[in-house]
Design a protein around this ligand. Structure first.
Ligand code: FES
Ligand SMILES: [Fe+2]
Length: 330
């Protein structure tokens, strides 16, 4: 039995599972909340997500092929088209009716921010809104969906945590930061996020200058960081130069202890630097988190008293409380 990833309430939320370009390029398999899924784009251009199990003899459909939006099973060639409907059984007479249970039971999907989002149940919350996505002047930069050997619980805990910056992010922005974290107030942030506001004096080495948009000294950032249940975290960074940089961090549980992870960035720069160059610094920061977090096995403990907390852990405590409420259906 799983610790949290088989919780039924979690199935009623949206998870970013793939970049849409991956699914448009062919059939892929992903695992979400302990369940193997197949993803493909049907003839109407709709992304289909279904159990990765052929209704005929349970072959993994992700091992099949897609041609013109039709998914072909690699075992006996059954074909699945729009909305997962079985449209052809090569071994059967033409007039043989498609068995009622021969179609794919599809899950809800949405394409938003260049990502495929899947909900395994009935959504009780919206995909987080990033208002800058519709604002002229902002560009969006996507990143690969990676598999990290880290529990989604630890990813979210880490992404709302400031105290690790000067210890973990020494190769990027962290070494000039105070180790002391002032008292944090948890407040409502725009678009349903909940978190805190803070100022950061960040290192601005040459590798960071394409991201910060300034060449001199340290970069002063006004930041907000907040969670959106179950696991999403948004960090907004406003530089003195009026440059805004919004990061949406998206841990998606594969199971209790492994996650798919990607992040999306929006920024209102002058577009003079390529997206690839702009994003390198954030990728280096993410790698520092990955190296740290993959050292910590298992799920973040939730039992009272299992973890020692201090004032800097207030955002994590706030998220954990709400996450536990979600798990218990409150
Ligand atoms: S198992 Fe897929 S067609 Fe037979
Ligand atoms: Fe970090």
């Amino acid at each position: 039995m799983a610790i949290f990833s088989d919780n039924l309430h979690l199935r009623n939320h949206w998870y970013a599972i793939a970049n849409v370009v991956e699914v448009n390029a062919g059939v892929i398999g992903r695992r979400l909340l302990g369940e193997n899924l197949v993803l493909y784009t049907d003839p109407a251009g709709t992304v289909i997500a279904a159990p990765d199990r052929c209704p005929h003899r349970e072959a993994p459909l992700s091992a099949g092929t897609v041609e013109d939006g039709v998914l072909v099973c690699c075992y006996h060639g059954w074909q699945f088209g729009s909305a997962g409907k079985c449209i052809s059984i090569p071994s059967a007479d033409k007039d043989f009716p498609i068995p009622r249970n021969g179609h794919l039971p599809c899950y809800k999907t949405e394409v938003r921010y260049g990502l495929v989002w899947v909900c395994l149940g009935d959504p009780v919350a919206n995909i987080p809104v990033i208002e800058q996505d519709a604002m002229p002047g902002f560009r969006r930069i996507n990143n690969p969906v990676e598999t990290w050997a880290v529990s989604a619980t630890r990813l979210t805990d880490n992404f709302v945590d400031i105290a690790h910056f000067p210890w973990v992010h020494t190769g990027t922005f962290g070494s000039s930061q105070r180790t002391h974290v002032p008292k944090i107030d948890i407040v409502d942030l725009p678009e349903g996020f909940r978190g805190y506001e803070y100022d950061v004096v960040a290192e601005n080495p040459p590798s960071a200058q394409l991201t910060s948009g300034q060449v001199e000294g340290n970069a002063n950032r006004f930041m907000t960081t907040g969670y959106y249940l179950p696991f999403t975290v948004r960090s907004t960074i406003a530089y003195q130069s009026k440059l805004e940089h919004i990061i949406l961090l998206l841990p998606t549980p594969i199971d209790d202890v492994t996650s798919n992870f990607t992040f999306v960035v929006w920024r209102n720069d002058d577009f003079s630097v390529s997206s690839e160059d702009t994003i390198q610094f954030d990728r280096m920061i993410g790698l520092e988190d990955k190296v740290m977090l993959e050292k910590i096995p298992g799920v973040l403990p939730f039992e009272k008293g299992a973890l020692a907390n201090t004032q800097s852990d207030k955002p994590s405590t706030a998220w954990r409380l709400k996450f536990q409420e979600l798990l218990s259906g409150k």
